[in-house]
Write a protein that binds this ligand. Structure first.
Ligand code: AMP
Length: 476
């Protein structure tokens, strides 16, 4: 299938051709016609599938009828609202809106916290059709009366599961209550816990379910390997690997902000151009670091899971797990930064004895035994081969230094007991008509920024093993 077959406006087809895309990805093939028809969508997709263009292109197609070169703010009311959990993801989505909408006179902006509100206010006063925003800052603008939602036609909720993780669902509900009831709504999420289903029921009308790739599969173009190493030698091993790959840009994942900063300093001291990105950095620092990495000035970016969320970096040949994630599902998220769009990629993990349990979880989840390659001079602890059962120091790290939340036990056993390919791990049956849930939403802890989800939420959250096997309709 070609983009031309989808019936998108010529302005959008030109922008897509400029971006170098020849064929729509599977999620784009499914989402674009549905969204163009004005239907609501409940979709599951992970980063790297092309989901952003999947909703942005048809959204722009629908909004093009409002495109106006008039300078009057009244001619540019907010028509579309895209909500994203993190500043980085919001910026990424906004970049896509600009890329695909460059031949249409539609105005867009990106609204997020951690920066001065005034420039955002001025921009909003000018009149903006498409607003990409994180929920907290958007509500600040609502309170300041700098934004009105009376003309909103399209709402997109991106990465709803991360919104839940970050405690944003009460904010989302507040925003929903302010929007016109007669609108098109799209919800994208990688997991479908009861909370997400409740939200979908509140937000969507007769949602079309979009079939996407299985959640926990990893790209076949990625080669995985584990280097067993004792915890104390990891930093030196990382420097050793980086010196042997002098031309590669590398994204290095760690679990905590503290390790993140220290590791970046360590590498910089060893003359490896490295920087850290985590939730304690100011927005300006994060943007500068990301720009530095994208331009190639920074060769090694050390990141926590939350800070790395939504980063879209083309052609990344290496992802290194300095520490394995506590949640197996995050391994899939992390290595999704390499091997994109059919390119080859390397997922390298430095694993010490106390991480053996996490490695087993990951291998179970992705259904792959990852080859282990010891490196001479970087020995592993004596108890590595007995499964590291005797000590689990890593699991006792104080939570206050961790970012995001991880979904802990929710990741366990997700691949077992699958009844049919259309039954998700959480019991959601995609072969059945969509059933509305009760409206009484649980109250979640309200927070702002990168925080732990409430324990009760994490406990009930389940990944979806098999996503959305076709079209479905909610009765009535
Ligand atoms: P996303 O899943 O939206 O984060 O997109 C992942 C990457 O795929 C981005 O770098 C996009 O620029 C790229 N991409 C999106 N659609 C296509 C396409 N049809 N062909 C090739 N690359 C694409």
């Amino acid at each position: 299938m070609k983009f031309a077959d989808l019936g998108l406006l010529p302005e959008l087809q030109r922008a897509v051709a400029d971006a170098g895309y020849t064929e729509p990805t599977p999620i784009q093939q499914q989402a674009i016609p549905i969204v163009m028809h004005g239907l609501d969508v409940m979709g599951g997709a992970q980063t790297g599938t092309g989901k952003t263009a999947g909703f942005t292109l048809p959204m722009l197609h629908r909004l093009a009828r409002h495109a106006s070169t008039s300078t009057s703010p009244a001619r540019h009311p907010v028509r579309a609202l895209i909500l994203a959990p993190t500043r980085e993801l919001a910026m990424q989505v906004h970049e896509s809106v600009q890329t695909y909408g460059k031949y249409l006179p539609l105005r867009s902006t990106c609204i997020y916290g951690g920066v001065d509100m005034n420039p955002q206010m001025q921009e909003l006063r000018r009149g903006i059709e498409i607003v990409v925003a994180t929920p907290g800052r958007l509500l600040d603008h609502v309170q300041q009366k700098t934004i009105q939602f009376g003309q909103v036609e399209i709402l997109v909720l991106d990465e709803a599961d991360r919104m839940l993780d970050m405690g944003f669902i009460p904010d989302i509900r507040r925003i929903l209550a302010l929007l016109p009831a007669n609108r098109q709504s799209l919800l994208f999420s990688a997991t479908f816990s009861n909370e997400i289903k409740k939200l979908a029921d509140q937000m969507l009308k007769n949602p079309q379910l979009i079939e996407v790739a299985r959640r926990n599969t990893v790209s076949e173009t990625i080669s995985h390997r584990v280097h067993p190493v004792s915890a104390g030698l990891k930093r030196n091993l990382l420097a050793h690997i980086l010196r042997h790959e002098p031309d590669s840009q590398v994204l290095v994942f760690v679990d905590t902000k503290l390790v993140c900063s220290r590791l970046a300093h360590f590498l910089a001291r060893h003359e490896i151009a490295a920087d850290a990105i985590h939730g304690d950095k100011s927005q300006q620092q994060r943007t500068e670091t990301l720009d530095g990495f994208k331009s190639g000035r920074i060769r090694v970016l050390v990141a926590t899971d939350v800070a790395a969320r939504g980063l879209d970096i083309d052609d990344l040949p290496y992802v290194i797990n300095f520490e394995l994630p506590h949640t197996a599902e995050d391994y899939v998220h992390r290595i999704g930064r390499t091997g994109r769009a059919g390119r080859s990629g390397n997922a390298v993990s430095l694993v010490c004895a106390e991480e053996r349990g996490r490695l087993a979880e990951i291998q179970k989840l992705i259904n792959l035994e990852i080859p282990q390659e010891p490196i001479a001079g970087f020995d592993v602890e004596d108890d590595f081969h007995d499964g590291g059962q005797r000590k689990r120091r890593g699991d006792k790290r104080p939570r206050s230094d961790k970012e995001g939340g991880g979904r802990g036990s929710a990741s366990r056993g997700r691949t077992s007991g699958r009844k049919s390919p259309l039954i998700a791990a959480d019991g959601f049956d995609f072969s059945q008509p969509y059933q509305p849930m009760a409206q009484d939403a649980d109250k979640l802890g309200e927070t702002d920024g990168e925080i732990q989800p409430p324990a009760a939420v994490r406990k009930h959250q389940r990944p979806i093993a098999f996503l959305l096997g076709g079209l479905g309709r909610k009765p009535g």
